[in-house]
Design a protein around this ligand. Sequence first.
Ligand code: ZN
Length: 90
Amino acid sequence: MTLPKKFYLGDIVRMRKPHPCGSDRWEVLRVGMDIRIRCLGCGHLVLMPRRKFERSVRQVLGGPNRPPEDFPGGSAAGGTTGPAASGGAG
Ligand SMILES: [Zn+2]
């Protein structure tokens, strides 16, 4: 399995080593020469070089800015195609 080489803001990624707080999911806050990520468990911020980040990422779970084309084939069942329900009437 190959990881995408491009990362987007808002991506949720899983790191090889879980954070001491127990969460292994991180949100990408900034992409560039360095990658800034935030632990979804405790909110801890980490800034690391892109190369190190790519090596540390175990899986990309997706994000609001990531095109679905980055996930060819779908093994997960139950895909609903429709506008996200955000509520609000009138
Ligand atoms: Zn944490």
